[in-house]
Write a protein that binds this ligand. Structure first.
Ligand code: NI
Length: 208
């Protein structure tokens, strides 16, 4: 084999390897992005026993108080990501969670619910406070700097995207999963809030 031929062959192999590596990276990225917030992640988490969801965060609640992942310790938590201008999904979920808290009765103080904004630009602590006054008083709204919100979204595999509206306003597309965290702050599974409140409350009670 001549030297020229050899170098051409090497070049072809190198090109093929670069292409294959690129394709693999894209497949991994797509798998991560698509699989993250959806229910099938629960299977992945359960089968490996590793908490792939959650992590440290630094946000503020609707009173302006700083809240970190330490707040997840001691009580089971339901965490939901959304935004106050949401037309239907968020108010419905917050209504469901309010009903679950009511169904918990005297145990309501032993569990907690967090509503994390994916729209920190509009969702100031004051905006959250006013919005959440329509729901159960135990629900804590969390917001922060865009960087802090991006960080927690990444940890919880939350997808959200700004969608411009015709009038110059915007809405947000976002993951609508309720995360059940145990009292050590570890992710358990997506929580089904779309069932009779007593049934949902009974499941939550198992983690008190
Ligand atoms: Ni929403």
């Amino acid at each position: 084999m001549s030297q020229i031929k050899l170098s051409q062959r090497t070049k072809i192999i190198a090109l093929f390897c670069a292409f294959a590596a690129g394709a693999l990276v894209m497949v991994i990225a797509a798998t991560f992005l698509m699989g993250g917030p959806r229910p099938q992640i629960a299977g992945t988490v359960t089968s490996t026993g590793t908490a792939a969801v959650g992590g440290p965060f630094r946000l503020v609640d609707q009173t302006g108080a700083q809240v970190t992942e330490a707040a997840l310790k001691g009580k089971p938590s339901l965490i939901f990501f959304g935004f106050t201008h949401c037309p239907d999904v968020c108010p419905t979920a917050l209504f469901e969670m309010s009903e679950i808290l009511t169904a918990l009765g005297p145990d309501a103080d032993k569990a907690q619910v967090f509503f994390v904004s994916v729209d920190p630009e509009r969702d100031t602590p004051e905006a959250l406070k006013s919005y959440l006054s329509s729901f159960a008083p135990q629900i804590r709204g969390l917001t922060g700097t865009p960087e802090a919100v991006d960080a927690i979204k990444k940890e919880y595999r939350v997808y959200s995207r700004k969608v411009p509206l015709k009038d110059g306003d915007y809405t947000m597309d976002h993951t609508a999963v309720v995360y059940l965290m145990d009292k050590n702050g570890s992710f358990v599974a997506p929580f089904n809030s779309k069932r009779p409140p007593a049934e949902a409350a009974a499941e939550l009670k198992r983690y008190l």
